[in-house]
Design a protein around this ligand. Structure first.
Ligand code: FAD
Ligand code: NDP
Length: 314
């Protein structure tokens, strides 16, 4: 028999959807993934240290601990959680069909909350066992306010809107922010470019590449290379932020839902409805703008309420 609600994902969006649908007695089944998108079950927050902007934790809380709490709350209300990655779905008719490596099943509604993965470049010194999360980050809004970055030079890699926005944000904390972009022309919108160019604390290094990051307990030196002349130089800095885009985890959908040109699920504005009735999308998999735990959780709540409404009206 088909399940009422199957939730795919394991971040704040998925577990909020699970808490709401479980409390509505819809007996949700949640597939949390096994290193799906290269990230452990629990999603992006498992890759960070302190989360200081999620309400309810005035002292801050570790990312892994927060995700563990989300999961415990889902389980408490009876969500069935499978540690498996959904590899295929068939959305051509209802009930929808899905498969993992271990099972197949049917669902009357689907909530897709598979998130997105921040892209990182493989720069020596920035890898997981090196300075990743010790001054190297992929989220300025999340980590920029940490004391280690105060009044120190910082680097942002990227030439898009995210890089401009993150660099502007970081000028509140750092003494100077270098934007390193691989071409001699930015990709960002004109207004965002102008904002960055007008900021006296920002210096844009065009046609440059970061080739090495080094330090002891944190970032101390960033080596940049001028791609035109080939010259390299060391710049003292306390932080480096990747802003080179995100990849939404939507490959497993096989093109059955409308996606935008970057692969994000398209939802009807103000809702979590996708191009297929009965399939809802929440969190970063459908949001390339806000990308925060609290906004993901909010849209997970919306998806749950919309799924409940859909089931009662069909
Ligand atoms: P995600 O957290 O992206 O999780 C989705 C998860 O679903 C995947 O990671 C994977 O485990 C699973 N999955 C994927 N595909 C499948 C599949 N096919 N089958 C089954 N499971 C699957 N936000 C804040 O508000 N505050 C912060 O301090 C903060 N710090 C951050 C630090 C870092 C380093 C990063 C990268 C992000 C940070 N964010 C922070 C952003 C926040 O983590 C995300 O906005 C939020 O986690 C998005 O939640 P989500 O529910 O959409 O999914
Ligand atoms: P984008 O894909 O727009 O930009 C990514 C940038 O990173 C590009 O400049 C790209 O260079 C560079 N890049 C990619 N890979 C590498 C790499 N391996 N090494 C070095 N540089 C690399 O992503 P964004 O996250 O900036 O934006 C995503 C979407 O979100 C866009 O539609 C954007 O408009 C939107 N957005 C809007 C905001 C706003 O309006 N306030 C804020 C943030 C995002 P190149 O240009 O050479 O390809």
């Amino acid at each position: 028999m088909a399940d009422n609600v199957v939730i795919i994902g394991s971040g704040p969006a998925a577990h909020t959807a699970a808490i709401y649908t479980a409390r509505a007695d819809l007996k949700p089944v949640l597939f949390e993934g096994f290193m799906a998108g290269g990230i452990a079950a629990g999603g992006q927050l498992t890759t960070t240290t302190d989360v200081e902007n999620f309400p309810g934790f005035p002292e801050g809380i570790g990312g892994p601990e927060l995700t563990e709490r989300f999961r415990a709350q889902s389980a408490r209300f009876g969500t069935v959680i499978h540690p498996e990655t959904v590899t295929r779905v068939d959305l051509s008719r209802r009930p929808f069909r899905y498969a993992t490596d271990e099972r197949e099943g049917e669902a009357n509604t689907l909530i897709i909350a598979t998130g997105a993965t921040a892209k990182r470049d493989d720069v020596p010194g920035t890898r997981d066992h090196e300075l990743w999360q010790k001054g190297v980050s992929a989220c300025a809004v999340c980590d920029g306010a940490l004391p280690v970055f105060r009044n120190k030079p910082l680097f942002v890699i990227g030439g898009g809107d995210s890089a401009m926005e993150e660099a502007s944000f970081l000028t509140k904390f750092g003494s100077k922010v270098y934007i390193v972009h691989r071409r001699d022309e930015l990709r960002a919108s004109k207004i965002m470019q102008q904002r960055a160019k007008d900021n006296p604390k920002i210096e844009i290094l065009y046609s440059h590449q970061v080739v090495q990051v080094s330090g002891g307990q944190g970032v101390e030196v960033v080596r940049v290379k001028d791609l035109k002349s080939g010259a390299e130089r060391d710049v003292p800095a306390a932080g480096l932020f990747f802003a080179i885009g995100h990849k939404p985890n939507t490959d497993f959908l096989g093109g059955q839902l409308a996606l935008d040109d970057q692969g994000y699920i398209v939802t009807t504005p103000g809702t979590t409805q996708t191009s297929v009735p009965g399939v809802f999308a929440a969190g970063d998999v459908q949001d390339k703008k806000w990308r925060q735990a609290i906004t993901a959780a909010g849209s997970g709540c919306m998806a749950a309420l919309e799924a409940e409404h859909f089931l009662s009206s069909h």
